[in-house]
Design a protein around this ligand. Structure first.
Ligand code: TYM
Length: 373
């Protein structure tokens, strides 16, 4: 753990993340009101995630939007490391990507890094990782992306196209840089050292294909930034634009503090969970409630540390008045945690029921989305 008492790398998030410090450490820009105004002016509205502060940081988003305003469009790139089922936290950057695709009429490149997960997960076989990639792709498709503009690929099955471009990146990337950025050591396997070159490729592949420079915007969780810091350093050396990004904070896990994480099954609600599983998980989630009902009524609860409130705030309660009311009732001790939990179980299960239906239908649509070579 760093001196800040938290760690954020693409493979390890621990401690109590101080986002202001992280933004400073990573050298990111905050998404401010001026930038939000610009987005609103171009799209006609602000997505809930932007209004409620789930996306807080960026690199060069203003540059991409200014160039868009002058008639120069851009493309989207995001991805998933397929090591298991998809949880609700993973959906956050994808939901925003879908909104951006609709609002700005954009192509999306979606990378499934089965190679990464094979290299970084001790007990995962390559076949298992590739299998999860197809499972996870169903979740992506279920969100309603446009098949004509959305291209999903696994690194191993699109390797003939990706590998030559990754080599160009790798030739410019030294071991010393990867050590400094990712903390690699002499014991790190050499696949891991090479890997970031693969994650860089989709940020300029459309420019290679088009034979001209096209701006790239990457919606992603803040943990992935180190990869794109490297990409921004290398790509101008190859004659391409630096990729821009829009970055979200972590969707909370079920326990106190910490993020929703696939490697901790008890922290996460998966898109494949049954109604009963959701109920069980939410009922045992950490809240901002007091030890007894009497104390709760007298002193009120604390929505600021409550996972149930945060889930509503970030994703499940879009109505601004209703979320304010929930906050007020909680602070005044006029609602019990039990009741908030019950309402949230209902909302999550409604969402998952729809999602699971669309996920099922996505199986027949996979071939419209998948790129292989
Ligand atoms: P992965 O599979 O760890 O995560 C997929 C995306 O979900 C984000 N994320 C979260 N966002 C909010 N709350 C959480 N609790 C949470 N947990 C994960 C991640 O930041 C990520 O955006 N190496 C990548 C795969 C990848 C990629 C990309 C991701 C390849 N190319 C381009 C983003 C953009 C990975 O393992 O992601």
């Amino acid at each position: 753990m760093s001196k800040d008492n938290f760690t954020v790398t693409p493979w390890d998030v621990s401690g109590d993340v101080n986002y202001n410090k992280l933004i400073k450490n990573f050298g990111l820009s905050k998404i401010d009101d001026k930038l939000l105004e610009k987005i609103k002016k171009q799209t006609g509205e602000l997505h809930l995630f932007l209004k409620r502060g789930l996306f807080i940081a960026h690199r060069d988003l203003d540059v991409v939007l200014n160039s868009y305003a002058k008639g120069d469009s851009f493309f989207l790139y995001t991805g998933r490391g397929p090591s298991g089922n998809t949880h609700i936290g993973h959906l956050i950057p994808w939901i925003l990507a879908k909104w951006l695709q609709d609002k700005y009429d954009l192509e999306l490149y979606f990378q499934m890094t089965d190679d990464e997960k094979f290299l970084f997960k001790e007990n995962l076989t390559l076949e298992e990782a590739t299998g999860f990639a197809y499972e996870n792709a169903l979740d992506v498709i279920a969100l309603g992306f446009d098949p004509k503009k959305t291209h999903i690929f696994t690194n191993t099955q699109y390797a003939k196209t990706l590998y030559p471009q990754a080599l160009r990146v790798a030739k410019k990337l030294t071991f010393s840089t990867t050590k400094a950025v990712f903390g690699f050591t002499n014991e790190t396997n050499t696949g891991q050292i090479f890997y970031t070159s693969m994650q860089t490729v989709p940020a300029f592949l459309p420019s290679v294909k088009a034979g001209r420079n096209i701006y790239c915007l990457i919606p992603h969780g803040i943990d992935q930034d180190p990869h794109f810091r490297v990409a921004r350093d290398i790509l101008p050396k190859l004659g391409y634009y630096k990729p821009a990004s829009i970055q979200n904070i972590f969707f909370p896990g079920l326990a106190k503090g910490g993020k929703m994480s696939a490697s901790d099954v008890n922290s996460a609600i998966f898109t494949t969970d049954s109604k009963k599983e959701v109920e069980k998980k939410i009922n045992s989630a950490f809240t901002g409630g007091r030890e007894t009902i009497e104390k709760q009524q007298k002193e009120g609860g604390n929505p600021d540390i409550c996972n149930i409130y945060k889930y509503n705030h970030f994703l499940f309660e879009e109505d601004d008045e209703r979320i304010e009311e929930m906050r007020h009732l909680c602070k005044k001790g006029q609602i019990r945690c039990k009741d908030c939990k019950k309402q949230l179980v209902q909302k999550i299960n409604n969402f998952l029921q729809e999602h699971q239906k669309k996920r099922q239908l996505a199986k027949a649509k996979l071939s419209e989305f998948i790129l292989t070579d």
